[in-house]
Write a protein that binds this ligand. Sequence first.
Ligand code: NAP
Length: 292
Amino acid sequence: MGATEVTARILDGKATAKAVRADVRALAERLTAAGHRPGLGVVLVGDDPASQVYVRNKDRAAEEAGFRVETRKLPATTSQAELLAEIEAFNADAGIHGILVQLPLPSGLDERAAVRAISPDKDADGLHPESVARLVMGESGFVPCTPAGCIELLDRHGIEIEGRRAVVIGRSMLVGKPLAQLLLARNATVTMCHSRTTDLPAVCREADILVAAVGRRELVRGDWVKPGAAVLDVGINRGEDKKLKGDVAFDEVAAVAGALTPVPGGVGPMTIAMLLSNTALAASRLAGIEGH
Ligand code: NAP
């Protein structure tokens, strides 16, 4: 690719997540010694196999970090009232600092009502409207784990955010919108793109930091990327060949970008690490002990 060719630094999400988890564990030990062991409450309804795997991984990671973990496994026949009662019980439990309801819920259950039932002070996934408002208003609160993981990856690799042009492709409540808010709060100049954006490649070429959170295999091509840009690939797409691919054409972009996350092993591992970090920080706020 001539004079502009750059070999991207590959941002190792596995190693970074490990470092975050080690920090969380150290904080959990301090909190436990002070009588405030962090507690995570998890509600899993039904028997969706993917959700079961996610919950098992979260439980294991939380236990490894030294947390108290309480998991309520409820049958698919659970009523809305029974689900809300479980959430209420976690809200009332002073030893639980983070609550998550594994989504999607079986049909017939109201996800929005379930998320709204979680106390905003324990909203580990950061999806409660109060958490969204706190994020936009710049007040401390829970931040959705995947966007928080993106910021942590940039920070831990010394990639400057302030003053830089950031482009986020995707505007979901889970990733794109909160990530744009986090980048804005860190003084990036942020552009949000979506399926109706005109000339997406041209907008992407302006980015110093480009994030793809779309769910379209290898959408972002090498010639969409400014030489030297940091590119975060949030996408998880399983092709017909069963291989996991991101939203970024890895080989093409690695030859142009300055930094790039792989899929798998990039943003993905950061998500659980940030769930633990969110919960430990909530416990430390309550205990009046400074977090990391
Ligand atoms: P989502 O709710 O489906 O949102 C996708 C977004 O992409 C929408 O805003 C959509 O635009 C936009 N979009 C779709 N096609 C587009 C195109 N051709 N050009 C530009 N924008 C386009 O997805 P999500 O929940 O944010 O997840 C996005 C991806 O990240 C998925 O692959 C998901 O599996 C992955 N993910 C990974 C993690 C992790 O831990 N690594 C966590 C969460 C999600 P409109 O709004 O106009 O429809």
